[in-house]
Every structure is written in C-alpha cells, then in structure tokens.
Design a protein around this ligand. Structure first.
Ligand code: ADP
Ligand code: MG
Length: 702
C-alpha cells in the first residue's frame, strides 16, 4: 500500500495534538487515521434546502434562512437576566433572534449590511416564532463545511466536546484527515466486484459519507461502505466453510448393522414428513461424503426435529459409532431420554442419560460403557462435554437448541476424537436466512419447513384482567374434555424474588379457582431442586396433573401433545422469540389449541407489536424477522460473540439484500482465486489479513 491508514496515528492529522489524540483513544477508541475515517456520522442535517421566513411554521424542524439583521439591542428578561436581541428579516417577514451569552463576539459579528445564513429550530411563544442562539454564517464566506450540504452529525462525549471535539470539531478534523489521504487511496474491493455491482470508489465513498453533497451521493456512499463491510465478513465465512469442506476429513458411515431399518419397520409410529425425509437425505449425503458434517437444522417448534436427531444417531450406530445428543436444560435432556428410550424400546441399542445430577455409581457405569463402546447413545446436558467424558468412537454429536451453546463448546466436542465427529446443530429459534448465512455461515443449513400432518395453528388472543374469569371458565371446559393447561409466569433475573412471589401468589389464587381434588397442579421453577422439578414435570407428562404452573423453564422442547392451552402472564415482559417458543408447547396434538397473552392495560409500543405479531401469525420465520427488526441483531444470541454486533455501518436486520449479494460475490471470488494470489486481488488479501489479524476465530488466508 502506498499509504497505510491503519499505521497512521490520529496525531498525524492537522488539529489533533497529543491531548486530543489521547482523548480520542480513550473516549472513542480512535487510534489511527483509519479509525477516524470509519467514525461515521450517525445522522445528517439537510442543509441543501433554504426557507423563507414566511415558511416557518413548526418548532419541530430545522430551518435555514438567508436574511439580514436590524435593531440589535441589549435588554433584560422579566427576572433580570441579560439578553441580546435583534430582528432577522428577509423579503417575506421578520423573526426575533435572542442570545444569552457571548455578547461581545455577537456584537462584532452582526453587521447591518451583511447577509447571513441562519440555521436552527425556532421557538414558539405567544403566537410568534423566534430563534435562540441559532447557527449563523456570513453568506458567501461559507465558514462551515456543511453550508448548503448535508451536515454530518457525530456522536461525541462531554470530555471531547470540552476540548473542541463536538460534532462540528470532529467534522473539522475529518476534513483534514481526508485532505491527507487525497489521491492516495487503495481500492480494496476487486475491480470486477466494483463493476458488477456498480459501486463508487473508496475515496469517493469516504468523502461523501462525511461530506455528502446530495442525498443521492450519500446513498451511494453508504451502499459502497456497507458492501465493503459485509463483503469482508462473507469472505471470512465463505473461506472458513470451504476450508472445512475441503480439508476437514470426517468419518464415512458404512452400514454394518440394520438398527435403523428395524426402527423404520418396527418402531416408527408414523410416516416421516417430506421435509424430514429431505433433511435426512442431506444428512445421509454428508455422513457418507468423507468430510466432516457441520449442519444447522432449523425447524419451527413442533416440526419433528427430535426424530431427525434419533434417525441420524442410528445412522452413526449402524456404522459402528457412538452418538450423543446434548440439550441445554436438565428437563429437556430428561425428556429426550424418555422419548428416545421409548422409541427404541425392544431394539438392542443402549441409551443412557448423563447430567450434572447423575449419581456417581451410574456415572461410573456410563463411563465404563462409553470406553468399551457398548453404550451407543448418550443423552445429556453440558455434562457431556466435561473432560472426564470419554467416548470410544464418537461419530455424531447432535446439539439441540443451539442458541445456548457457543462455538467454543462445539469445538470442545471435536477434541474428543481422532477425527472430529459429525455435528448436527438443531434450533427451533428460526433465524432469518441472511442472518443464519452470516452467523452460522460456516454451517450448511437444512430447514424443516413443514409440520407433521393434522396440526392446526394455535389460536392466539390478547386479553387483559377484565377477561380473566371468562378465561378460567374456558380452561375448566377444556380440562373437562381431558385437556391440559400451561400457565407461565415471567422470571427475570433482576427481580427474581418478586417474580417468585408473584408465581406463588398466582398459584394460591389458582388453587382457589381450580380446587382439589378435581384439579391437580404441577409447579416448576428454576429455584427447585432438579429431582423435584423432574417429578413435577413427570406428573404433567403422564397426565396426572392437568395444570402446569411454571416460569419459563419449560420454554424449550417440552412435549406434551395433550396440552391445548397456554396462558402467558405478563406477556408484555417476554421477547417475541420467547413467546413463540412458549406457544410452541401447545398445538402438538390433534386437538385445537389456544394461547392467551395476558397483559396490563397499558403496554409499550414495542410490546404491542410483539403481542399483535403473535396474534397474527404462527410462522416462526416471520416472527424472527420482526424480532430482528425490533431488537436489532446485537440482541440475538450469537451475534455478540461473533463480533457482528460491532458492525460500523451495515445493519444485519435492514441490509439483508446487501448480505445476500456480498455472499454471492465472496463465493465467486473464492471460485476464481481461492488463495487470493492473483495480482488484482493483492489489496483485497492485504485488507482481509489486516481485518482479521487479531481474530483467530476467522479463517486464515495465507
Ligand atoms: P421439535 O422440532 O420442536 O423438537 P418434536 O421433535 O418434539 O418437535 O416433535 C413434536 C411432535 O411431533 C412430537 O410429538 C413428535 O412425536 C411428533 N412428530 C414428529 N414427526 C412426526 C411425523 N412425521 N408425523 C407425525 N408426528 C410427528
Ligand atoms: Mg425439540
């Protein structure tokens, strides 16, 4: 590179001395010229437009007016405060302008014959508009860099403002910064990409993002810079994925036994859905390819992922391997263990459950069976990845409800073997496609986009206190028909004690309305000992209790097809994906199911959107899209670790189309130059290496 932005300290810029440099580093993490140039405005004030005084009719918006001053005079307010005021006029009218300090300077600055450009928001008082301390420039002098343009607004801090680095000050040093690099920019995107997507060049983009001349130029600059940012993320993801595809050897599953065939013939209680068949084909292809499988299986709640997991594990077992299934909670692990044990009942395939609560004696037995290879399927929680757990030949690891397991934990499973096991990650939290592409870009994605037959969408209603008694009446009817009911209370860490109290009070009043012995309750919350929890769950699963009162511990995975009512108390306190997960606990059997979202009368506008969305759709992907827009990607699990939340200009929620095209561009680049060794890609490679120099998580291109 003929000019290295990343190696030039900010002090190199005119107007940035040691003191400012120090504060820029401390307050904004701006160390280099590159950092500064990438400190983008967070909004723009449009100063391309001029108004006349007669057009001023709102105190909510900025006006920019050309006019002259007359009648500058010093006065006092009613309570004795000194002020300076003058009349500002153009051909259409007059407004008053007032100052409360800086008198000396203003008196020198305001001259009766000169024309000024005034800019600011007016005040409205006693039927007329006036300005207090507006921005002023002498027309024709154009002191400010934003005159007649879009004025960039930067976020700054109190300390920086105090030494002149308020928004305008930052704008000023950016002007100097751009001056330094003028004509010395390197293009980092391949020329072919620039041409294909009609992007403006880098220098133009940086100039226009800080000093846009028109809205159209600004738009082009944003597009180019978002593209650049997302493109290099995709390069990293695509290269990593290709590396695994080409280099990471994996077990080839050859069928040695026929447990899977017997399972299909003797045990499978229903036909697989087309979506399950399609996904299983993809998995079969992976585990016979000779490369390690890294697959993300997305399927809405209730779409039948457990069965896919079991069949995949039987593929491993038939090939003489062991398999494990890891769940995020004790309850879920137990439930999986139960379901799978029942489904395999009568087949000579050994299955065990391992959690943090497994007794030492059983642990010992499991350990023995794992190392001699007689234990084929191990189901459990995080306990599975402890160092003490050693498999003889783990061939497949299934991770359920991925969002609670990080990349690191996935990697930990790898190290349990000579060759890494095939990995199948299952999630019921649908992630919008583009986000999945970026977050799990190194994984192949399979989607179960079809529900088992006979399901009707869960009818969802928003209700308030006034309808509580009616709701209870309805619940009694359903229970009389033999159905079961969930009632969920929020439990949020900060107010854990209060919430537990609410839960306990809730149970008391519920028990008055639904008295023993006609109604049986199960109660589950996070503070319970695991064996009590399991016992309570078990009573509900077996149909002994008809009402399950709980906090969100039942959120994921739990499967009781006979339950048809889900009541969510304080529904306004839950996030969208959580609400969707909870609702997914019902509508699992043949009977029509209902979800009631109970809220107070006054809820925030975001909460309203969440509740309305739930009432309108059962489609997990639609809900995920809306969730992403409401919360922003930073809140979605996984983005934080991956650094995607630190995007400077692109937005994973709103720039999905750009993600899509940058992904294609990255794949195309990989096809033509996987080593990035062609001369025309030299700068692309250098920039990539610079970006990921400190991030070992990303693929290396060497
Ligand atoms: P999830 O995808 O949420 O993990 P589950 O695997 O728990 O869903 O399946 C939900 C319910 O659907 C279970 O009761 C399961 O037995 C049932 N199921 C799964 N596959 C089918 C199928 N092909 N036909 C009918 N029912 C199915
Ligand atoms: Mg599940």
């Amino acid at each position: 590179m003929n000019f290295d932005l990343a190696k030039t300290p900010v002090e190199y810029i005119k107007g940035v001395g040691p003191k400012k440099g120090e504060l820029l580093r401390k307050e904004l993490d701006i160390h280099t010229l590159e950092h500064l140039l990438m400190y983008y405005p967070f909004r723009y004030v449009d100063r391309t437009n001029f108004n006349t005084i007669s057009e001023i009719r709102s105190n909510d918006i900025d006006y920019q007016v050309i006019g002259k001053f007359r009648g500058l005079s010093e006065n006092k307010t009613k309570n004795g405060r000194k002020l300076l005021s003058a009349f500002f006029y153009d051909a259409t009218g007059t407004v008053e302008v007032t100052w409360f300090h800086g008198f000396k300077w203003i008196k020198e600055f305001i001259k009766p014959d000169l024309e000024y450009v005034l800019f600011g928001k007016p005040n409205y008082f006693n039927g007329s508009y006036s300005f207090i301390h507006p921005e002023l420039e002498v027309k024709g002098e154009q002191v400010s860099v934003s005159f007649g343009k879009l004025q960039p607004i930067y976020s700054t801090t109190e300390k920086l403002s105090a030494i002149g680095l308020h928004s305008k000050g930052i704008s000023k040093i950016l002007q100097n910064a751009l001056e330094i690099v003028k004509g010395k920019w390197n293009e980092i995107l391949p020329q072919s990409v620039i041409e294909q997507f009609n992007l403006i060049d880098r220098e133009e983009a940086f100039t226009q993002i800080h000093f846009p001349t028109t809205q159209e130029h600004l738009h082009q600059a944003k597009l180019r810079l978002k593209f650049e940012e997302l493109f290099f993320i995709q390069v990293s993801v695509v290269w990593q994925k290709m590396f695994i595809k080409h280099n990471q050897k994996g077990f080839v599953f050859h069928e040695k036994t026929n447990f899977l065939k017997r399972f299909y013939r003797e045990k499978l209680p229903f036909n697989l859905t087309n979506a399950q068949i399609k996904v299983l084909r993809e998995i079969r292809a992976d585990v016979t390819s000779g490369h390690q499988m890294n697959r993300l299986l997305q399927g809405d709640v209730g779409s039948g992922k457990t069965l896919v997991a079991l069949i995949s594990m039987l593929m491993a077992v038939d090939a003489g391997h062991q398999a494990c299934l890891m769940a995020p909670t004790e309850i879920l692990a137990q439930q999986h263990f139960q379901t799978i044990s029942e489904l395999l009942d009568g087949l000579p395939v050994q299955v065990r459950l391992l959690t943090g609560n497994t007794k030492a004696s059983l642990r010992k037995e499991i350990s023995q069976m794992l190392s001699d290879g007689s234990l084929k399927i191990l189901i459990g929680t995080h306990a599975l990845i402890e160092d003490s757990v050693r498999f003889k030949n783990l061939g497949l690891a299934v991770i359920d409800e991925q969002h609670r397991f990080g990349v690191e934990q996935r990697a930990k499973l790898w190290s349990k073997n000579r060759l890494p096991p095939h990995i199948l990650v299952m999630t019921a939290t649908p992630i919008p496609r583009t986000l999945a592409m970026t977050l799990y870009g190194d994984l192949d994605v399979s989607i179960i986009d079809e529900m088992p037959p006979g399901r009707t969408p869960v009818a969802t209603y928003h209700i308030t206190e006034a309808h509580r008694l009616k709701l209870y009446g309805f619940i009694k009817q359903q229970i009389a028909k033999g159905r079961q009911v969930y009632i969920v209370y929020p439990l949020i860490e900060e107010s854990e004690k209060l919430d537990l109290l609410a839960l306990e009070e809730g149970i008391e009043s519920l028990q008055r309305i639904f008295p023993l012995p006609d109604y049986q309750f199960s109660v589950v919350h996070g503070k319970m000992p695991p064996d009590v929890k399991a016992h309570e769950m078990d009573r509900f699963v077996k149909g002994i209790s008809n009402i399950m009162v709980s906090t969100t511990v039942i959120e994921v995975g739990v499967n009781v097809p006979n339950a048809t009512i889900m009541v969510i108390e304080n529904a306004e306190r839950f996030g969208l994906s959580q609400l969707h997960q909870l609702r997914g606990r019902v509508g699992r059997g043949a009977e029509k199911s209902y979800c009631f979202l109970m809220t107070g009368n006054k809820i925030s506008s975001d909460a309203k959107v969440r509740i309305e969305t739930m009432c309108q759709t059962n489609d997990g992907f639609k809900i995920a899209e809306i969730d992403l827009k409401l919360r922003g990607p930073g809140e979605i699990s996984g983005t934080r670790q991956s650094g995607l939340a630190r995007l400077k200009i692109a937005n994973l929620a709103t720039d999905q189309d750009i993600i899509q095209i940058t992904r294609e561009a990255a794949f195309n680049l990989y096809k033509v130059d996987p080593e990035l060794s062609k001369p025309e890609h030299k700068n692309t490679k250098l920039y990539y290496q610079h970006l990921y120099a400190h991030n070992s998580h990303y693929a290396k291109i060497s």
